[in-house]
Write a protein of this length. Sequence first.
Lengths: 325, 325
Amino acid sequence: MVEEKYLITGFSGFVSRYFCDYLEKNKINALIKGIDAKDCALRFDDFKHVRVNFEKMDLLSFDSIERVLAEFKPDYILHLASYSSVALSWKTPVQSFQNNTNIFLNLVEALRKLNMKNTRLLSVGSSEEYGDVTDGDLPLREDHKINPISPYAVARVSQEYLSRVYADGYGINIIMTRSFNHIGPGQKSIFVISSLARQLVELKKAGGNGGKIVAGDVSIVRDFTDVRDVVHAYYLLLKNGKKGQIYNVCSGRGVSLKDVIAIMAAQLNINVDIHIDDELIRPSDNKIIIGSNEKIKKEIGWNNSIPLEQSLSDILSYWESEVTH
Amino acid sequence: MVEEKYLITGFSGFVSRYFCDYLEKNKINALIKGIDAKDCALRFDDFKHVRVNFEKMDLLSFDSIERVLAEFKPDYILHLASYSSVALSWKTPVQSFQNNTNIFLNLVEALRKLNMKNTRLLSVGSSEEYGDVTDGDLPLREDHKINPISPYAVARVSQEYLSRVYADGYGINIIMTRSFNHIGPGQKSIFVISSLARQLVELKKAGGNGGKIVAGDVSIVRDFTDVRDVVHAYYLLLKNGKKGQIYNVCSGRGVSLKDVIAIMAAQLNINVDIHIDDELIRPSDNKIIIGSNEKIKKEIGWNNSIPLEQSLSDILSYWESEVTH
C-alpha cells in the first residue's frame, strides 16, 4: 500500500476537516500531519484510509517548521494557516501580516534550506488580492492586475510574490491559488455568510415569523464556493497544478449578500429586516468580486458541483444544531 | 527659530550623512534623531544649523519604535533602514524580508497607534520592484506593472503595498519612492559601482598600467543617480510630495557596467581586463533598467544635477584615500 504524506498547516481551521474527508471518501491512502498554533478538536477514529496526527506548534518559529519538515518529509503540503479575516485585519494589521506572510516565509525557507524540491506546496491565496475592480474587469482572470486594499490583501500578495521567487528563483515546487470566498457548515461566525446564517437561525428559533438582523454593506457581491468543492480543487492542484502557476478557485457566479439573506430567509420561511451597522462597513471594500474559473477548469479538470442553495441549506442545518434557545 | 524635527531610520548607512549635509548646506534649522541597529561613526561637530542625536536600537522591536516616536514627535521621517543588497537577499531571504518589510510595518503601525497623522513619512522603495522588463517598457514610469523577481524586490513591493494601505486606509501621511541605483563616495563595496571603483584603485596603486578585475554580468544597464541628488529629492518629497503617491527617483539615463568601468579606467589612466565570475551572476536579474523621472520633475521640481562622470570621479577619489598598499 502506497501511502501519500500530507502536511497541513492551519489544521485547526475550517478547511482541513473537509480535505481529510475528501481523501477518506475517495479512498486515498494518506498519512496526514496537521499543525496549528491552536488546539485541534477534530477526531478521525472512523477513518479507514487516512491516518491523522496532530501537533500544536508556533508556526512563527522557524526551527519548529524546519524540524517538522525534516522529520515528516511530506510529499504534499497544504498551507491553510492564515489570519483570514479581512475585517479583523483592519484592527490588527501586524498580526494579520505576520500570521499570513511571515509564517509562509518560514515554510518556504525551511523547504529551501532542506533542499526539498520534490515536495509540492499549495500556497493558498485570496481573491482579495485583486482589490478594487470595476464591472468591466469581471470575471477576474489570473492575469488581471492585483491591487490589494486591505492589510489582509497586502499580506496575501506578499505571500504570492514570495511564492514566485521561491518557485522561479530557488526551484521550490509551489502552486498558488487565489481562492474566492468559501462557505460551508462549521465556518466561524466572524465570516459573513456564517454570521448571517446564525442570526437567521436564532430569529427562527426565537419564534414568530422573523425580525431584525445586523449586517454591513449587503449590496456587495461575492463569488461563493462550497468548501467541499474547494478541497477537491486543492487536491487536484497538489496533484496536477503547474509549478509557479496561479489558479483562481471560484464558482464564476456572483451573488449579493442581500440575495444570500433572501435565499436563506425563504429556506427558513421567515421575514427579515436588515439593519445596517456602520461599524461593520470596512474602510476600503470592494463592491463586486466575481472570478473566472476557466484556467482551473481547462488545465486541471476541476468543476464546482454544489449549488449555492445547497451550501446555504447545509449551513442553516449546521447552525440549527448549534444554536440552542 | 523654528526647528524642524527629522527622524532618520537606518542612520548608520550610506545615505543619511548626505541628507544631514544637505540640510546644513541649505541652512535649514533641524533637529535630527538617527536610529539604527548598528553603531554610527558619523560626527557633526562643525554643523551650525543641524543638531544630530543618535540612538542604537533594534528596529524589529515594535516597542522601541513606538517609544521613539512618542518621545521625539518628528515632523518628518526619512525611512532609510533597509537590507538593501539584491545579491545578499538571495543568500538570506528571510533577513532581507524582515529587515525591509517587518521593520517598516513596525514604523507605520506605531504611527497609526499613536495617531500621528501630521508626521510625514518617506517610504524609500526600489526600482527593483519593476522586475523583468523589456526594451519597449523603458523608461519605466510609476504606472508600469510591478513584477518583483528577487527576495529584496518582494520585500520592497510588500513595503509599498503596506504604505498604500496605511495611507489610504488609515490616513497616515506617507509618500513613496522607487529609488533607482544611487552611488557616491562612502558607499560600501558590496554595491557594484563601489566594488568596481575599489578594484580599479587597487590596480592603479599596485603600479603598472592596469590588470584584471572581477565582475558579474557587465552588460547589465542601470540608471545611476548621485546620492547628493537623491537626498535633495528626498527632502523635496518630504516637503511637497503628495500623500499616498509613488515617485521614481532616477536620472533617466541608462549606462552599462561595462561603460562605467571604461569611464573610470580612463579617469585613472589604466587598462582593464574584466574577468566574469559566475558566482556574481544572480539567479534572476534584469538586463536593463532605466527610469522616467518626469513625475518628480513636473510635480516636485526636482532635477538631478551631478553628471555620472563627476560621481565616478568622486568615488575614485574616495577609494584613493581609503585603499592603502
